[in-house]
Design a protein around this ligand. Structure first.
Ligand SMILES: [Cu+2]
Length: 160
């Protein structure tokens, strides 16, 4: 009788521990977290140079990010990295005008074009790790007729 009682207690402990472990593995809806805010500027001067600032962006899997893509120059720019876009889940693209929300776009996004003095917010959760060297802007400079990427507008995205 006494042995059976101990076995019962042990089973009970194992059940409690394993249910706790299962609970901690369930993280719920990852897209409803408080977002981590980050900025990237699209910068430069026609005929001279174009660049992303910063040109290295680092994210972590499983976190929700709100990446503000801000065009502070007089030229339009692309934020384009197909390897990056295949490694994230996009919750939405939010378009703001005069600091007010104008539109939300939902679904898969592969690249974003931002016009002068405008900004866009990319809300996403990275789901795959990797280092991507394919962040570029393929807009053509009106004076040199070269792509912005050939004039320095390239970057790297790391997902840890
Ligand atoms: Cu550009």
């Amino acid at each position: 009788m006494k042995i059976n009682f101990y076995i019962l207690i042990n089973i009970l402990i194992i059940v409690i521990i394993s249910s706790k472990t299962l609970q901690s593995k369930n993280l719920g809806d990852l897209t409803k977290q408080k977002p981590i805010e980050m900025n990237v500027q699209l910068n430069g001067k026609t005929g001279k140079m174009h660049f992303f600032s910063p040109n290295i962006l680092i994210f972590k899997t499983g976190k929700l990010y709100k990446l503000k893509i801000i065009n502070t120059s007089k030229s339009k720019h692309y934020f384009s990295s197909s390897n990056f876009s295949k490694s994230i889940f996009t919750r939405k693209i939010q378009i703001n005008k005069n600091e007010k929300k104008v539109a939300e776009v939902k679904g898969n996004i592969s690249e974003i074009e931002v016009f002068p003095n405008n900004e866009v917010e990319w809300w996403f959760v990275p789901i795959k790790t990797g280092e991507f060297d394919d962040l570029i802007c393929s807009v053509k400079d009106l004076q040199t007729n070269k792509k912005h990427s050939e004039m320095g507008m390239v970057g790297k995205i790391i997902i840890e």
